[in-house]
Design a protein. Sequence first.
Length: 254
Amino acid sequence: MNQSVVKALQLLDYFTEGETDLSLREISERSGLPKPTAYRLLSSLEYMGFLTKNKHSDQDVRYRLGLKLLELGGIVADQLELRKVAKPLMKKLQADINETVHLVVREGNEAVYIEKVESNHALRLYTRVGRRSELSLGSGPKLLLAYMPKQEQEKVISQMSFERFTDNTVVDAEELLKKLEEIRSNGFSISYGEQDVGTVGISYPVYNREGSVVAALSVSGPVTRLSGEHKKYAQIKTEETARNISMELGYTGR
């Protein structure tokens, strides 16, 4: 654990509704840190946008919480709203197709599985809420990558490890870019056994009120079951459910 990071973030706890701005001396006293150490940590937080500094005079310099926290709080609130809206619709989708349903979002250079409704079959995929994946692996993560702005997408791809799990795992940037173009063209994503042999994943985009893709709604199961007419039906119901979640979030289709 990086103690400097921990100490810096702990300083944020001293800002409350009753005390929205604090001086270096006050923060130093409350934290028990020497002024030079407190100043260094505060400067780092200010640089990252977590704090702002108001200089009333040379002797009166005070710190306040920065807008970066509001931005991050908005992201958390959106995710909480997303899960609240999506869960009942995911349950209905699972009841319709009896396959495992996931909700996947992007966090930095990774995909995170934030919600799940399990199928009733004895044979099913092992996944868990909180699982992280590279954005090149699986139908949901690849869909999120496909809908990212081009420049940001290229930056993420340049930092990928491209670890191979099966013969179907995408381990080449050029091949990945072709698949991303295909996803954008089709409006959905399908993957076959990229992490677990003999599985299939189908994902559709979930939009927010601004028309940005904020999640991938995914269904997954063994290819022996999720094929033929059942696969077609699962695609229809997943697309319909993703659209309904989007509308609940305020998306109007424009």
